[in-house]
Unconditional design. Sequence first.
Length: 318
Amino acid sequence: MTAPLPFPADRLDAMLADLRARGEPFALATVVRTIDATSAKPGAKAIILPDGTIAEGWIGGGCARSAVTKAGVTAIREGKPQFVSLRPEELLAAEGVAPGEERDGIRFARNGCPSKGSMDVFVEPVLPRPQLVILGEGPVALALTDLADRFGFYRIHAAPGLTTSPAEEWRDAFDALPPFGGQRFIIVATQGKGDEAGLRAALATGADHVAFVGSRRKFATLADRLRAGGIGEAALTRVKAPAGLDIHAITPEEIALSILAEVTILRRAGERGRDRVAIDTPAPVQEDIPARPGLLARLFTPSREQADLMMTTRRPCC
């Protein structure tokens, strides 16, 4: 049986609804078990913000708040639930567990309160849907907008003069987007129609990943123009060109698939701030066998015939 919440439940519900509506990341901590005397009881909940602030709710006093809010920050940063077990120091010692140690998915913490109670808390991250921003309305942009619908992204499609799109949100200009608390991936798929403007808009928008659909040579030419226009080198090195994993894609649909595969790696990695996937370094291969950088070279050691095929098959230039 759970105890009544020590605050009006509608306040918590209103805060949850507001954070979800604004697309803000947060963690929800729930007390699932207590032993002996504790200030919070099973069913008690609290909303934890990315900076560790408890925005609403109650999960106990100072003896519990530090460990639980730390778990909340970790849950939001890593995108993974946390389970915290607060126990008296003597109980931890009797079980051979040190404060801060993790065993079988349980993070143990010391409860220094004189009450000597124990409390288990489940901390769940609640993250907004990741944004996939697609700039351009060429064949790859259209294929990517369509295919991404199956991957749970909030799609934003933008291009000058765009009049309609199946995306959740579409814009008729390359405008910089407002700040966003979740993951954001930007794909510049202009393919010759507004390449420079699309790249400028992408670099002006905060994103976890920016990629350009086009060859390295084409991007190098555009990068020279952007440098001349005042774009710094640090910003340009954030751009992954060409976009996507090397799966020898040729058609727009195949290129869109390769891009989604790359974005999925980044999305699931849970490493905020990384701007590119480490796919450009080939794995060790047999001596005297040429290896082409890319996904296939990382997955297996090719035979000579396979390596020859990998070396002769090329991606389209743009």
